[in-house]
Each structure stands twice: as structure tokens, then as C-alpha cells.
Design a protein around this ligand. Structure first.
Ligand SMILES: [Zn+2]
Length: 310
């Protein structure tokens, strides 16, 4: 299984257009060691002719163009992108679907609630139905491993299986209360466990840190890309960018009591990597003590272009 990190920043990317925090200013001044990052996006494959996208970021068009493996091949005249799996209905996870609207048949896997938010309340996504055949939505059941089938392979499986792990986050603010109230809350935010032969990869760019099931899924995986949005719970309050804590926004902070770095993951098997890093997170500064603390805790820090072969 190949896992490519196409984007590693939280919503807004890094630097963020309207932010003058020490990271964003330091990047613009060129005085601090920081890499630019596009918004979180991952692509996986077990065969060069089929790539699966995990979410569809607002930066998806430029992310696809930056990766030669994702371009249309002259032999098939088709894009190798066949399937998208969504972890939530957050704008940062779904906006890129609009970049894929150019009459390309696609499979989209999500929970039933996420699908209903996009298809019933947000008519702009109906643009995807113009392709022939039109986009095919598939429901991801919770906590059950199912085979993924690329649409163009006439039913042949390419060996990928997926399990949706409920992470107990909330539905996005933009969803109406009436629709929200009719949905099972555990369908709002999921982690994806992708399985190919003996290898397992867990993707959880937004982890509220509630319940214990997600930690088991991380522990049984060979690679886990996990929520590294914020360093501290009050990071945005201190930066005067919000009145909400990291946990209020559905993100377990890295540092502090029961933070991501303190969680008792089983040591040894799983390569653990933080991604979905917010522009205010001091971890982005490669000379910072926080950056060093993440590395010393045994974690890696995702960057655009990072790749894993499992
Ligand atoms: Zn900033």
C-alpha cells in the first residue's frame, strides 16, 4: 500500500491568508524555519491505475497537479482517481469534491448522514451527478470492514478494505438543526482504517479524543496519521482567533493532560504521524521546543509530499 500525504495543514492551510500569528508572520518574513503546507489530503493506492482520495480538500486541484502519479495517463486517457472516502462533512473535507466535477465517474464513500448533508441540503454538490455514469454514493457502515470497489473495474476488487471508526465528534456548524437532529451522532466524524493484505493504515485528521475505540484501531495499524491541529487546548483563545478551545472544536490537543502525545498507545508496531496542523501550532516552527518534543515523543510530523510504503 502506498500512502501519499498531499496536504498536511488544517483548514486555511499554512500560511493562512488572514493570519499574522508568529508562524504566519515568520513565514512571510522568511526569518523562521517553516514549510508551507496545503490543507490536509491523503491519497492511497495498491496499483498505479487506481488511487483513492481520503477526503477532498479545498486545495485538491493543485494537490493533484503536483503529483505525477495522479495525472491522466496517455495509455488509458483516464484519471487514476476513482474513489473518495470522506471522514466528515466539514468544509475542509468536502469542498474539493467541486474540483472533481468535470464529468468524471466517481465512487464516494461516507456515512449515510454525511451523504444526506451533501445531497439534500447543499444542492451545489448535485453538479457531480452530471457525469456518465453519475457519481455513486456508497454508505460506510460503522465498525465493520467492507471491500472497496473502484467504479471502472466492473466489480473486480483491488484488495482494499475499509472500516469506519466512529470518533464521536460533532456535525459542522453549517448543517441545519433539523437535519442534524435526525442523524445518529456517531456518524458525524469517523476515522478510516484502510486494510490491504496484511497492512493497516489509520487516518484520523480530526480526533476529539472521546471513547477508547479509536486508540485500539491505531494500535492495530502499521501507520497512523492523526490529528495534530493544536498544540494546546486554549491555543486559539491565546492567539485571539477564537473563543473556543481545541476540544470544543473536536480536536484533541497534542500537549497537556490526556493530550495526543500522552495517550498510552502500544509501543513498537505503529508508526505515528501528526497531520492537519493548524497555522498557529508552534510545532510548525522546526526550531521550536514543541517541534522537538513531538519528535522526542516518538512521533513524526507530516509535510506535503511525505510518502509511506507499507
Ligand atoms: Zn497564523
Amino acid at each position: 500500500m502506498r500512502v501519499k500525504v498531499l496536504g498536511s495543514a488544517a483548514g486555511g492551510g499554512f500560511p493562512q491568508w488572514n493570519c499574522a500569528c508568529p508562524n504566519c508572520s515568520g513565514f512571510r518574513d522568511g526569518k523562521v524555519k517553516l514549510r508551507p503546507r496545503t490543507q490536509a489530503q491523503v491519497a492511497i493506492s495498491s496499483d498505479p491505475s487506481h488511487w483513492f482520495l481520503l477526503n477532498a480538500s479545498p486545495d485538491l486541484r493543485q494537490q493533484i497537479l503536483a503529483v505525477p502519479e495522479l495525472s491522466v495517463t496517455s495509455s488509458t486517457l483516464r484519471s487514476p482517481i476513482s474513489t473518495i472516502l470522506l471522514t466528515s462533512a466539514d468544509v475542509d473535507c468536502v469542498m474539493g469534491l467541486l474540483h472533481l466535477r468535470e464529468f468524471h465517474p466517481l465512487h464516494i464513500y461516507s456515512t449515510l448522514s454525511v451523504r444526506r448533508i451533501l445531497t439534500e441540503e447543499n444542492s451545489i454538490f448535485r453538479v457531480l451527478t452530471r457525469s456518465s455514469p453519475p457519481v455513486r454514493w456508497e454508505t460506510l457502515p460503522l465498525d465493520r470492514l467492507i471491500p472497496l470497489v473502484p467504479p471502472s473495474s466492473s466489480g473486480a476488487k483491488d484488495g482494499f478494505f475499509c472500516k469506519a471508526v466512529p470518533l464521536l465528534g460533532g456535525f459542522p456548524d453549517y448543517v441545519s438543526d433539523s437535519l442534524k437532529g435526525s442523524f445518529p451522532p456517531e456518524e458525524a466524524v469517523i476515522g478510516l482504517q484502510l486494510v490491504h493484505k496484511e497492512k493497516r493504515f489509520f487516518y484520523g485528521p480530526s480526533v476529539p479524543g472521546l471513547g477508547e475505540g479509536w486508540q485500539r484501531s491505531v494500535d492495530e495499524s502499521d501507520l497512523a496519521l492523526l490529528d495534530g491541529t493544536f498544540w494546546k487546548d486554549d491555543e486559539l483563545i491565546a492567539a485571539k482567533r477564537s473563543r473556543r478551545t481545541a476540544r470544543d472544536m473536536g480536536h484533541l490537543p497534542l500537549w497537556g493532560e490526556r493530550g495526543m502525545l500522552k495517550r498510552p498507545f502500544r509501543l513498537g508496531k505503529t508508526k505515528r504521524v501528526i497531520t492537519h496542523i493548524n497555522n498557529t501550532n508552534p510545532v510548525l516552527n522546526e526550531d521550536s521546543p514543541e517541534h522537538r518534543a513531538v519528535r522526542e515523543a516518538g512521533w513524526e510530523i507530516a509535510y506535503d509530499g511525505m510518502e509511506f510504503n507499507l
